[in-house]
Design a protein around this ligand. Structure first.
Ligand code: ZN
Length: 447
């Protein structure tokens, strides 16, 4: 075991140099950013695969998408197959004045590298490359490598796997687009909430009407919309819609109310909504959020009854409830409330299922032991309030494969925010965990 840590340690300086070089490429797949940079990151990653002896490299070409790298690395005969996922595109830098160093000129300070995408998700991509380098391209399991180039901006890959399940066939997947709750605490993400949207519309009159001449009896569309939205929660701020699943979270409880307050910046005296632990509410409970309203602006508003208003409602769904079912429950609730007798129109928009990982299979057991070795502590289980839609697509395509979510990021790494950073020691330990996992899972009695 010491041998693994020592040999991985020897690989780390080059791995970090290569991570910095990859981070220096602004591979942003959003519209309006140069596509050549995404292609440059793609070519760099393919180069790393070739250099470590991978020859079976192809791509999945989906419409309007940067190429998805698909590579296969054979293991010994009879070995199980592990699918490795990461993405080489990154979020835009946002307001660069908030960065202490230029986002695409990565710097290393005291064992921490700063730069856009250095954690999400280039660290995890390089962790996979690091494991391949450890084995000099000859791992003890068969590997199917899927490196995506448009994760951060609406990828068609999310829904593609069920159309070509044979491409993704495997016994276990390491979806490395997450990481530890904090550096030093090995963490599996085992639950992802689903996500659905609704647009609620109210039209009461053809046009605005003078609030003095007509106000009173005139049906106020904005008031009707607000009255309807106000029925979505009870007095304690719990979702008050029948048919939404809520449970107690059975994994780790890493955040108490004080820590949550600090994380969101809620002052003392500002109440938090809902009940149960923070983990119950974030990972095993629904959330309904009004994320936008179309109504006249206050500046320049005329004194008139508003004839039309609409709102966008975002629903976060228990990991094991169908997102479409939860969406339907909220839609029916809004259709039934009829404030003042006024009918609302509810459009059902996107709905993406969440995911709940099995934790009783051989891959989870092997990875759990590998994480314990790599970090010197037993791994914990957390959920994620955010979605990783591809996970649902892969699960639908290969339902019997175990899905493992761990990686080199950590939840304090400022992903999608200024000053994104990676703790180099987390990368080192992630490579150790991958290697220990492949070694254990590849043993004939382990799968
Ligand atoms: Zn990511």
């Amino acid at each position: 075991m010491g041998g693994v840590a020592e040999r991985v340690g020897a690989l780390v300086p080059q791995l970090v140099d290569d991570l910095k070089a990859l981070t220096a490429i602004p591979s942003i797949a959003f519209p309006g950013f140069p596509q050549e940079e995404v292609v440059r990151a793609h070519d760099t990653v393919v180069g790393h695969l070739r250099d470590v002896g991978v020859t079976d490299i192809s791509s999945i070409d989906l419409p309007d998408t940067s190429p998805v790298i698909l590579a296969r690395v054979p293991g010994p005969p009879g070995a199980p197959t592990v699918l490795l996922y990461a993405h080489y595109d990154v979020q835009p830098a946002g307001d660069e004045s908030q960065w202490t160093h230029p986002p695409f000129e990565p710097v290393e300070i005291d064992g921490v590298v700063y730069g856009r995408g250095v954690a999400d998700d280039k660290s995890n991509l390089m962790a996979h490359i690091g494991a391949l380098r450890y084995y000099e391209g000859r791992p003890p399991v068969n590997l199917t490598i899927v490196f995506e180039g448009q994760e951060e901006w609406g990828s068609p890959l999310d829904t593609y796997p069920p159309q070509a399940p044979e491409l993704f066939a495997c016994d276990a997947m390491v979806i490395a687009d997450t990481g530890n709750i904090r550096p030093g605490v090995p963490t599996f993400t085992t639950a992802l909430r689903g996500d659905a949207e609704l647009t609620v519309e109210v039209r009461t009159l053809p046009e605005p009407k003078h609030s003095g001449l007509y106000g009173g009896p005139a049906p106020d569309a904005l008031l009707a919309l607000l009255a309807a939205l106000a029925t979505l929660h009870d007095d304690a701020g719990r979702p008050a819609v029948d048919g939404l699943r809520a449970d107690e979270w059975t994994g780790a409880q890493p955040m108490d109310e004080a820590a949550y307050r600090e994380a969101v910046g809620a002052a003392d005296g500002v109440p938090l909504l809902g009940s149960g632990t923070i983990a119950d509410r974030l990972w095993a409970g629904p959330a309904i959020t009004v994320v936008g309203i179309d109504a006249p602006q206050v500046d320049g508003a005329v004194l008139a009854v508003v004839p039309y208003a609409r709102a966008l409602v975002n629903i976060r769904v228990h990991p094991q409830q169908s997102a479409a079912e939860a969406q339907e429950a909220v839609a029916r609730h809004l259709e039934a409330v009829r404030p003042f007798g006024i009918e609302l129109t509810v459009a059902r928009n996107d709905a993406g299922d969440g995911f709940s990982a099995a934790t009783d299979g051989p891959a989870y057991a092997a990875a759990s032991a590998a994480m314990a070795t790599a970090w010197g502590a037993e791994p914990i289980r957390i959920g994620s309030g955010g979605a990783i839609p591809l996970v649902s697509g892969l699960h639908a395509a290969v339902p019997q494969a175990e899905i493992l979510m761990f990686g080199a990021e950590d939840s304090l790494c400022n992903l999608h925010a200024p000053n994104e950073r990676l703790v180099v020691d987390e990368l080192r330990r992630t490579v150790i965990a991958m290697v220990e996992f492949f070694d254990a899972f590849g043993r004939p009695d382990a799968h």
